[in-house]
Design a protein. Structure first.
Length: 146
């Protein structure tokens, strides 16, 4: 079974998108646009405080008519976080995301933030795993019929 560690190990690119809670929503949106990502983690030093997502922007800024220029992330971040560990499986993570209606999961190991997985990462990993299993079964069947 594919684990979160497998996904993080195979990921290209590096640095997590993170800002301090005193940054503005506009700064977060700019970072998200530049990196073509859907979330930014809020960090104070090594401490993970929350996450700001496209969904947060739509529901907490745009619909309420707030300004992204002067609204601080600390005022609109999601602070109730679900986190996973590197040894958790793709299936476990997908279940957490489904239950919590989430699209991003911070990955923590020994109290330290080590990464972030998105629903896209997990779906791609699950599809690759299923494709591999199908290939193995097809090879097995073909080998037994000759």
């Amino acid at each position: 079974m594919t684990t979160v560690a497998d996904i993080l190990k195979n990921r290209k690119g590096g640095q997590l998108a993170a800002l301090p809670p005193t940054a503005t929503v506009r700064e977060a949106l700019q970072m998200m646009a530049e990196r073509e990502i859907g979330s930014v983690l809020l960090m104070q030093g090594d401490a993970l405080l929350g996450i700001f997502t496209e969904r947060d922007y739509a529901r907490k800024i745009a619909l309420k008519g707030l300004s992204s220029v002067d609204t601080l992330l600390t005022d609109v971040m999601t602070s109730r976080l679900y986190v996973v560990g590197p040894r958790q499986t793709v299936r476990e993570c997908l279940a957490i995301m489904t239950q919590g209606k989430l699209r991003h999961l911070p990955v923590v190991d020994g109290g330290q933030l080590i990464g972030l997985v998105s629903i896209g990462d997990l779906v791609n990993a699950q599809l690759a795993e299923q494709s591999f299993l199908i290939q193995q079964m097809e090879s097995y069947i073909a080998g037994n019929l000759t």
